[in-house]
Design a protein around this ligand. Sequence first.
Ligand code: PEP
Ligand code: MN
Length: 336
Amino acid sequence: MLIVMNHNAGKKQIEAIIKAVERMGFAAAPIPGSERTAIGVLGNKGYVDDSTVLALPGVKEVIHVSKPYKLVSRDFHPRNTIVKVAGIEIGSGKRPVIMAGPCAVESEDQIMKTARAVKASGADMLRGGAFKPRTGPHTFQGMREEGLKLLSLASRESGLPFVTEVMSPDTVDMVAEYADVLQVGARNMQNFELLRELGKIKKPILLKRGMSATIEEFLAAAEYILAEGNPGVILCERGIRTFETATRNTLDLAVIPLIKEMSHLPIMVDPSHATGRRSLVPPMAKAALVAGADGLMLEVHPDPEKALSDGPQSLTLQGFDKLMKELELLISFLGS
Ligand code: PEP
Ligand code: MN
């Protein structure tokens, strides 16, 4: 439930509403706006009788929100959230942020080479998995803490902040010690214990859409993180599973403008996992920016043929450099 105050409602009236909401057994979250204040009611499971609140002075109207998310919705927070990572702004609407790097950290040489190259080509952030959620247990599972150390080294040397995946609640503290942004992978989008732990830390979270998640489920997953007190969530569309098997997933680009209508959170696109094919990554990266994405996450490997995971969808260093030049043109066109 959202209580919208009259534009001239004073502090005392707002405080009285908060007290009334608390007396009803719920939490109140005031959202000051440029025109008026709204007060979000949190903790209700179903419809709430609004007659008590409506009778109080200063109340303009009460909007019943039947969705499983509130804090992430635009009704609650009309202005865009801008997530800041080491001086980089994600969601400002000014310049899309490019995160690039290998699917997995494999060696010092591999991550250093990639970091240097993507930095030289103009990437804003480095990506790389140290904990890998692989479909089967007999494939490469990642270098774990050793991988985090190599990412830190590559990050320090290149000057690029880095994002890496965290897979379980018990490794959140360890990953947060190293990473600038913690990624929740598609397979963990509904790992609610993990989301809750991530809500308690102070670092930004990149939340990938589950491969069969609806938009409502995606936003409800983000709500878990915000509800625990961490407002720094970046959403990431990475393709969903459909009847089509020619591409690894089906890139759902309409969610970009749709999520921007529904939520104030930034949203990025990962065309690498969405398509599974190197040749499809550049056109879909461009399409994502045209659709309004706040950034891109791209897999890049110095020798994709030898990659321990996701080689077929990884751009070469040269391929990434070429794409960045093309994106630069597109970005200046879109911004003009
Ligand atoms: C990844 O980004 O490395 C990854 C595993 O992606 P997803 O969770 O989208 O499959
Ligand atoms: Mn991958």
